[in-house]
Ligand binder design. Structure first.
Ligand SMILES: Cc1ncc(COP(=O)(O)O)c(C=O)c1O
Length: 367
């Protein structure tokens, strides 16, 4: 007896959004030497977070606090807002799914950028939404086009990652303000600020939790180095934040994860040190790219997107050639941005491995 899938589920493509480096390692039969493809933080979590994880480990038999109270209060204090303006979830990815569930049903138009961070799209399609993906403009997302598409489709939801993944650039806060002003009545902007910690202050609007048109997503996966624990949060108007309670997985953020995030938020020194190392690492990656005739794009994130000067086929071949040399990187998946590869900031050791592998891989492609 086959399960009676809903027509929506039966019609979904059987695609896997992310083929992880682990799957590639299993296929290759050996581990990568440099894991610099998933925009994780190779600098790791705060030692205080690691200690909190160790302390919480023996308590892992207990469910986590379903209200994430202590973490929520700490985040609210950190941002100078009320706890009622914060919802915590299983990373931004989890929160995106909940947001889409709240706003999208079959046939609803949802606006995003073609080739941007893709998890949002999987959620939209999973709830039967119709994606309107507007092209990038000169390797950047195009806020004016997003607003136009939202008006044309009467969409209730627009997604924008700022800074952007996979291209790494950002729009200044004023541009985001203009985008908000240009949205149709009743349309919500989901501003994915996964890279807020590495972004210049100019990229970030002041927090205005009274604005019902805006929800902002942040994560512990990037500069805080806790990607494997799955903690993110959204900041928004209290009514919208409360709506998440109707659909969220109440024990989704585990006890150990909550303890780790709580310790991480308190360790501002570790965060500052990590952000400085990321900035230095970006410069080193850019220099390495240039030394081999490639063009690094400006980045406000923990990765550098590198224009390889040809097309998607060439960049894909380079990603493969690097993988054969033990280096895990990824690339944008839509033309013309797919002429680039995307390399996360690594340790000095990672950089040395890349420095050795890159010229060799490029030479192989030249034949
Ligand atoms: C723009 C963007 N949003 C969200 C995420 C995922 O964040 P989380 O680990 O909090 O789900 C990423 C990770 O690469 C990202 O680049």
């Amino acid at each position: 007896v086959t399960p009676r899938y809903t027509p929506l589920a039966a019609g979904l493509p059987a695609s896997v959004p992310f083929v992880g480096p682990e799957a590639q390692e299993r296929a290759m039969g050996r581990p990568f030497r440099a894991r610099i493809g998933a925009n994780e933080s190779v600098f790791g979590p705060s030692p205080r977070a690691i200690a909190a994880i160790a302390d919480a480990a023996a308590e892992a038999w207990k469910y986590g606090d379903p209200e994430c109270h202590d973490l929520k209060v700490a985040l609210a204090r950190h941002h100078g807002i009320a706890p009622g303006n914060v919802v915590i979830g299983e990373g931004i990815d989890g929160l995106l799914g909940l947001l889409v569930r709240l706003l999208v049903e079959p046939g609803i138009a949802v606006v995003t950028s073609r080739g941007t961070y893709p998890t949002f799209n999987y959620h939209v399609v999973g709830f039967g939404g119709r994606l309107h993906a507007v092209p990038y403009h000169g390797d950047r997302t195009d806020p004016a086009a997003l607003a136009r598409a939202a008006r044309e489709t009467a969409s209730p939801l627009v997604y924008l990652a700022n800074p952007d993944n996979p291209m790494g650039g950002f729009h200044a806060a004023g541009i985001i303000r203009d985008l908000l002003a240009a949205l149709p009545e009743g349309c919500l902007l989901c501003l994915d600020e996964a890279y807020a910690d590495t972004a210049p202050a100019a990229a970030l609007l002041p927090l205005d939790v009274a604005d019902p048109r805006l929800i902002r997503m942040r994560t512990f996966s990037k500069a805080h180095g806790l990607a494997g624990l799955r903690v993110g949060y959204a900041i928004g108007q209290a009514d919208l934040v409360r709506a998440f309670d109707k659909v969220r997985n109440h024990f989704g953020v585990g006890r150990v994860a909550q303890a780790a995030a709580l310790a991480a938020i308190a360790d501002t020194d570790h965060l500052a040190r990590t952000v400085a190392r990321i900035a230095a690492g970006r410069d080193a990656l850019a220099e390495l790219a240039r030394a081999h005739g490639l063009t690094p794009l400006p980045s406000a994130t923990n990765f550098v997107t590198i224009d390889c000067g040809r097309d998607g086929e060439h960049a894909r071949a380079l990603v493969g050639a690097l993988a054969r040399r033990g280096v895990f990187v990824r690339m944008p998946f839509v033309a013309p941005q797919d002429r680039c590869i995307r390399v996360s900031v690594g340790t000095d050791a990672d950089l040395a491995i890349l420095a050795e592998a890159l010229p060799d891989a490029l030479a192989e492609l030249r034949g």
